[in-house]
Design a protein around this ligand. Sequence first.
Ligand code: 5GP
Ligand code: ZN
Length: 111
Amino acid sequence: MRNNCVFCAIMDGEIPSQKVYEDEKFIIIKDINPKAKLHYLCIPKNHYKLLEQMTEEDLDNIRYIFKKIPELKKELGLENGYRIIINQGDDAIQTVFHLHIHLLGGEKLPV
Ligand code: 5GP
Ligand code: ZN
């Protein structure tokens, strides 16, 4: 398993996932343990744990992903709104150490 990482394994097709979008920079999959009616994970193809470990090119990819999310919101069922979460490190209880963007929606979410 590349980088000993679940998301790299998903990227490499070693672990199955429900992929709803893919391009050259990132994939979007359904979270295996959804915390909202709709729960997606936007996963950059490059492996890094934290924002502070990212190169300028990696950061450009994140900018690209943030531009794509609103373009995809209708096909993801998120047209009524969504929450974006990035967990960073222990106190955020990050469990997969490959930076990813959570998208939560499909219902009214408590704060
Ligand atoms: P974190 O806490 O690191 O921000 O979130 C990791 C997320 O990945 C969790 O919401 C967890 O349910 C999800 N997850 C962990 N392993 C898998 C997997 O093998 N497949 C999918 N689709 N999601 C996973
Ligand atoms: Zn990875």
